[in-house]
Each structure stands twice: as C-alpha cells, then as structure tokens.
Design a protein around this ligand. Sequence first.
Ligand SMILES: *[C@@H]1O[C@H](CO)[C@@H](O)[C@H](O)[C@H]1NC(C)=O
Ligand SMILES: *[C@@H]1O[C@H](CO)[C@@H](O)[C@H](O)[C@H]1NC(C)=O
Ligand SMILES: *[C@@H]1O[C@H](CO)[C@@H](O)[C@H](O)[C@H]1NC(C)=O
Ligand SMILES: *[C@@H]1O[C@H](CO)[C@@H](O)[C@H](O)[C@H]1NC(C)=O
Ligand SMILES: *[C@@H]1O[C@H](CO)[C@@H](O)[C@H](O)[C@H]1NC(C)=O
Ligand SMILES: *[C@@H]1O[C@H](CO)[C@@H](O)[C@H](O)[C@H]1NC(C)=O
Length: 773
Amino acid sequence: MADHKPFSPFPFFALLLSSLLLCSPMGEEGRRHAHEDHGHAGPAPRLQTFVISVQQPESATFAGHEDRERWYRSFLSENAAADDVGMGERRWVYSYHEVLTGFAARLTEEEILGSLHLHSATTHSPEFIGLHTGSGLWGGGATGGRLGEGVIVGMIDSGVTLGHPSFNDDDMPPPPSRWKGSCQPPKFCNKKVIGAKTFISGSDSEKATPADDDGHGTHTASTVAGSFVKGANVLGNTYGTASGVAPHAHLAIYKVCTGNKCQASDILAGIDAALADGVDVLSISLGGTPGLFIFSDLIAVGAFRAIKKGVFVSCAAGNFGDSDTVINDAPWILTVAAGTMDRSIVASVKLGNGSIFQGQSAFQPAGFTRKLLPLVLPGANLSDTAPAFSCKPEYLVGVDVKGKIVLCKGGRGILNFDKGTAVLKAGAAAMILMNAEFQRGTTAVSAHVLPASHVSFSDGSKIIDYFRRSNNPTVSISFEGTKLGFSSPPAPEVASFSSRGGPNVMDTHILKPDVLGPGVNMLAAWHSPVGPPSVNPDSRDDAYFNMISGTSMATPHLSGVVALLKSAHPDWSPATIRSAIMTTANIRDNDGNRIIFYGSLNKTADVLAIGAGHVNASRADDPGLVYDLVPTDYIPYLCDFGFVDDTLKPGLVGELVNCSTLPRIAREQLNYPSIAVLLGKKSPTVAVNRTVTNVGEADEIYKVEVEAGGGLAVSVVPQTLRFSAVKEKQSFTVTFSKPGGATELSFEEGSLRWVSDKHIVRIHISVVIDLLE
Ligand SMILES: *[C@@H]1O[C@H](CO)[C@@H](O)[C@H](O)[C@H]1NC(C)=O
Ligand SMILES: *[C@@H]1O[C@H](CO)[C@@H](O)[C@H](O)[C@H]1NC(C)=O
Ligand SMILES: *[C@@H]1O[C@H](CO)[C@@H](O)[C@H](O)[C@H]1NC(C)=O
Ligand SMILES: *[C@@H]1O[C@H](CO)[C@@H](O)[C@H](O)[C@H]1NC(C)=O
Ligand SMILES: *[C@@H]1O[C@H](CO)[C@@H](O)[C@H](O)[C@H]1NC(C)=O
Ligand SMILES: *[C@@H]1O[C@H](CO)[C@@H](O)[C@H](O)[C@H]1NC(C)=O
C-alpha cells in the first residue's frame, strides 16, 4: 500500500449537512430566491462546483435534453445561467438525466446561500496504492465456463490504456445489442472496451480523451475484466498468465479522475452516462472521507438510481485503517474491504548484529551485493517524527549516503516512489523503507527505482534501535524472489489500511464493510513502465504491469465476481447477488484459523473489519438461500432517519415520499444479509425479521445454528425452514436479549447459519449493548 494517501479533503457546507441536501424541494420558492441572488455582487466571490437537485413538477415534461437544460438554467441567476465568463470561468458544468433531476454549476456561496439547497461537489481522490494476482483468482470458470460473457461493467475511474494486451478483444463477442454507449473518440473502442467517455469538468472537452494518465483506472479495469495475457510481469518477476476476474466481460470506461483527483460532479456525470448507456455493474474505487451522511453522499445518490435500474454497485470501503472509517456505506452498495494473498516477493534485511527481517520489493536486482553496507538514517539526531526521517529530498542534501543503505520512513505526504528517487539521486546503494506507525504492518511489493526493501513499522523500529545502539551500523538486503502459497504468514489477512466499521456509532443499523477481497500487492495492467529506467524489462509491446494495494484493488475483484454471477444467473437482482457473495464468504484463512489482522500476532479480525468474510466466487454461485431486496424496500429504511416535515425529498430516491403515510419500520428490519442491533435500557429486547428466498433445490430443509459471544441470548423462530419450490420465500424472527452481567457499553458479534445437507447460509450478527441508552 505504500503511501496510502487515501482521499483528498472533503470541503463541505454546514448548510448541506443540516438540510438533507439532495432532497431539496425546488418549487417556486427556490426559483424566487435564486433570482433574488441575481445582481448581488459580492467582493471577489469564489466559484465552487455545486450539484443542485431540483424537484420536477408533475406537470413538467421536456421535449428533450435541451429543453430540460433550459429549465435547469432557469433556477440560476442570469449571470450564472448564461455561461457568463465575467469571472473568467464557465459556470455551467453538467445536466444530469439518470442519477438525479438536477445539474452541476460553478457558483459562489452567495449565490446559493438561502436559496438553492445544494450539495457541494467535493474533490475526491482515487486511492493510489496497492498491488494483484497474476492468474485471476477465479478467472478459470467459477461459474461453469461463463467468464462474464454478455455482462458490461462500467468503470468510474481514471480512464484506460487502450492498446495494452489486457484489453485486447481476440476472444470477445460483439457488445450486446441492448448497449447504447459509445466511445469518444470512436477509435478508443474494441469488443473488450465497448464504451469510453471523459467527464473532467474544466478541461477542454475536445482534447480530453479517456486515456489513463494515472494507472489506477487501467489497473482496476484489467482486474475486473482483463483478457488473458501470458507472461505478465513486473520487472522480470513473472506470474504466468494474467487475467481479470471476468475475462470475457465487456468494459465501459467513464474517466472522471485525472492527476489523482476526482470531482464529485464529474463522478456523478460518469454514473449518469453509464446508466443511460446500459451497464450491468458499476465498479467505483473512489470515495470521500468517512462520516458522510447518506443523503449528502453523491456516490450513494448515483448508486441508488443504479440499483433502481437493476445495476449492481460495488465500492471501496476506504483506506483509513481505524475504526469508524468506512466510506461508501449506503445499504444498496456492496462495500469492499481489502486483504492479503498468499504471495510475497521477498527482500530480506539483515543487520550487522545478525537479525533478519522479511521485507518485500518488486524490483529484484540479480547482481546486488550481499555484503553488509553502512546504514544511514537521515535526521538520526532529530526526534523520530522529524520530516528528515521520511527522506524528504532536502534532508538528503549534504548527507553522505554514497554506497550506503538509507532508512526512510513512510508517509508525510511523500510517495514511496519519490522517496526512492530522492535516495537514488543522492547516490545511495539501496533503501530500506519502513512503515510509519499509522501504516502498521502491511508492506508493499513496489517497483522501486533502486534496490529496496519495504518492512513493517515494528521491524523498522528495531532497525532504528539497532542503528542507535551500534557504533558501526551495517545492513544488507538479499533478494529472494517470489514465495507463493505459503501459510506463514497465513492468507488472507486484513490489510492494515483497510477501513473498519465502528461499534460506537452504529447509526445505520447496517454493518459495513460487507466483504473482504484481495487488495494487497495486486498485479494488474499499468499505463507506463515502472521501476528503474535501466531495468526496463519488457518494452516488447507496452505490456506494462504494476503491483499496487488498496481497497481500490479489492473492489474490482468483487465487481468481477459480480459479473461472473450475473452472467451465470441473469435473473438475479443486485441484492440477490450481494447476498450470495456475503452468505458464502470465508471467515477462515488458508490454515483453517480465523482471519487475523496483518502483523497482529494472531489477533482475530472482527466483523467490523471483514464483514461477512473473504469472498469465495465458486460458493457464491450456489448459495442455497438469499436475502433479497427490491429498491422500494430501502424507502422505509430511509424514512426511519426521521425528518422535520416527514417527507423524503426526491434528491436521493428520485421521488417525493410522504413517510407518515407508510408503516414505521425500524432500520434494522431491512432484509440485509447481516443483522446489527442496539440493546439498551429502553430496549433490552429487540426482535428482527428476515425473509429468505430459495435459489437452491426445490426440496430442501434448513435448520438454524446460532453462535453469539458475551452470553447474549439469541432465539430464532422457527428453527426449521422447509422449502418445496424454487423462489419460495420464508420468514423468521430473531430475538436478542441483553445478557445479565452486561457492562455499560460492549460489543458482541456472532453468526446465524441456515444449514441443509447441501448448503450453509451464514450471516453475521452484531450487537451493541449500551446500558446508558
Ligand atoms: C549526529 O550528530 C553527531 C554529533 O553531533 C554527528 O557527528 C553526526 O554526523 C550527526 N548525524 C547526522 C546523520 O546528522
Ligand atoms: C539486533 O539489534 C536489535 C535492535 O537493538 C535487537 O532487537 C535484536 O535483538 C538484535 N539482534 C541480535 C541477534 O542480537
Ligand atoms: C499464531 O498462529 C500460528 C499458527 O497457528 C502459530 O504457529 C503461532 O505460534 C501463533 N503466534 C502467536 C504469537 O501466537
Ligand atoms: C471456495 O469454495 C469451494 C467450493 O466450496 C471450495 O472447494 C474451495 O476450497 C473454496 N476456496 C477457498 C479459498 O476457500
Ligand atoms: C403527509 O401525509 C399526512 C397524512 O396523510 C398529511 O397530513 C401530511 O400533510 C402529508 N405531508 C406532506 C408534506 O404532504
Ligand atoms: C416480524 O414477524 C412477526 C411474525 O410474523 C410479526 O408478528 C411481527 O410483526 C414482525 N415484526 C416486524 C417488525 O415486521
């Protein structure tokens, strides 16, 4: 994961947070206010992009896109609506058609305050780190040889590198006839990449192309549906045949990020186009900062419109590591956490006193000396947190590093790649890169520009200790190549950077993340050569690959699994597919033990880190029972948030809903494939209903098995479910009661499994006990 610089800051408006923004009634009143703003000349006003949701009157019909845009513009002051260039900038950004009734425009705060209720178009960044498997985890026909045929996956990302062999279309059929998309420019398309459009506001749309200037989009797209490429390698480390998870699925590319930045208004425009074009799955490895309310989250808004059209949405859980940091957590999204795989590319660090630490590097120079060399710590005389430790280039000036090995700490906003470049430039022989404390244990197999080894925080701390105690600190690095299929450490383990849910603020009543996928040191296609210029292995045919890490890399694995399932079961709804993935996930590693946190001395990962567990595509193909949902099931869930005037405005769900006309249903009753409840003084007992649908054999009998910690009392009625038809539905009630000796605040987890002769259908349960409530 290297520098897991997660996402950029998320500029936000209090106005937006407090007013259920996207759901703003924009009748005459809004219009009047907007016009009152007209002519108001503030001092040097700053323009920002706002997404504005308006309510379409039932009487309004539009002749076409132009007509609709004219109506949208009527909400703005004349200056703003007229593409006024008085402020040196174009004001109009997008009209939306599918994701919401509304538009994006560049406005001043003055222009919007008190009038339009908006949503700030925030700056998002794709996560930038990470690393992939050579042979595609389940590329080999998890679903009876259907490798994603006929399925179209929309990538909302930084574009694609057409011409890379991962996107060749030799084995591909033409796009399905229902496909309405296109490529701009047309030469960007083949039968693998069947759509490619660019939404980078502010750039010259004539010149903007879907070409990937970052690598992230190429990597994620090839992970979902890359074609088979023999001899894929990073710097000569070969991994055999690379392929995406669904190698026969089609890709539609929506470039919404450039230079590692993505605007929310662009993301929404990309989703808007993808829905109009007719994608089946959306893969979104992007996001904002944690804690965003569901109604203010533009990705949640776009995703809701997607599932209304039967389009599956999988998103990254975030790279923030700690508790309570999950993003993209709306209940209609599949939220994906990242774990390791059983592969490392070893670069061992040996100290002068004999201690050895196992680090990693993708660059494995054959002739590198095994001799001990002097160890240098720039800024060694300063405190441990001094910037010098991070190998900021200016701190290397004047330090004698010639022919020595330099220790650099991760983080401080300097990419690992840039640290390596600075150390190489200063004349060092090699680099040891250690994680900063917040980066903990997960190390990256990176294509460094010089001989290097990436070690964990705890190993790095021992190296610093050795440096300080020794009069003549020396060190060597030996490159030992690829280790595969080992069980020490076991795999998968939860990546240190993978965002976790929180027991304290379980405000959604839906536990997130949902599932763990491979996201550490993932090999996939890349847009440019990597590593030292001298070693450029393979200029053969631009077949560049790179290893990077992040929940960004785990997400396309799941999107690929979804494509496989959709291809094999065209009638499965998005909720059915998600349920199939979650109820069949593994909670154990390849040693048969519970999945642990990376580098944690066997600390079991809880549901807040892994959700249902690690995906197993073959088992998801035959789940037995599913917890299904239709889009309208989310309405009572949303109403349960409670609003002053008791209405759900159209911003999020696309229609005006009067909640007081609906039965009140508590959020935990949503038929989700997990259960999360709060037991408190007022509610010492909570009963939750769930309904399962039979997608296994017609005649199957299931018995319930419950596991719960902390003396929780959990009862299930009925205990047996007998099915006699496919698609038959049956309901059950789970009652949770607080244990006798409960402390004031505690968190317990467990599982509920329906077990037949052929299937085990497992959901995870979690209970917050808060006796102060
Ligand atoms: C640290 O301080 C000592 C004593 O002042 C000096 O000899 C040494 O060069 C310094 N080391 C670095 C890396 O600055
Ligand atoms: C080498 O030094 C480190 C740091 O002081 C220490 O943790 C380690 O035990 C030492 N190794 C040996 C073999 O003495
Ligand atoms: C962790 O588990 C492994 C495999 O079961 C075992 O060999 C090892 O000793 C354990 N480590 C600790 C620190 O408990
Ligand atoms: C996935 O599920 C299949 C079918 O049950 C099983 O054979 C396989 O071992 C599982 N793979 C993993 C990694 O758990
Ligand atoms: C919602 O419905 C209730 C009951 O029918 C009604 O009293 C109320 O005025 C409605 N609210 C709105 C905003 O339409
Ligand atoms: C749950 O199901 C039981 C039994 O069918 C029913 O009595 C109860 O009202 C349901 N509860 C909710 C919240 O739907």
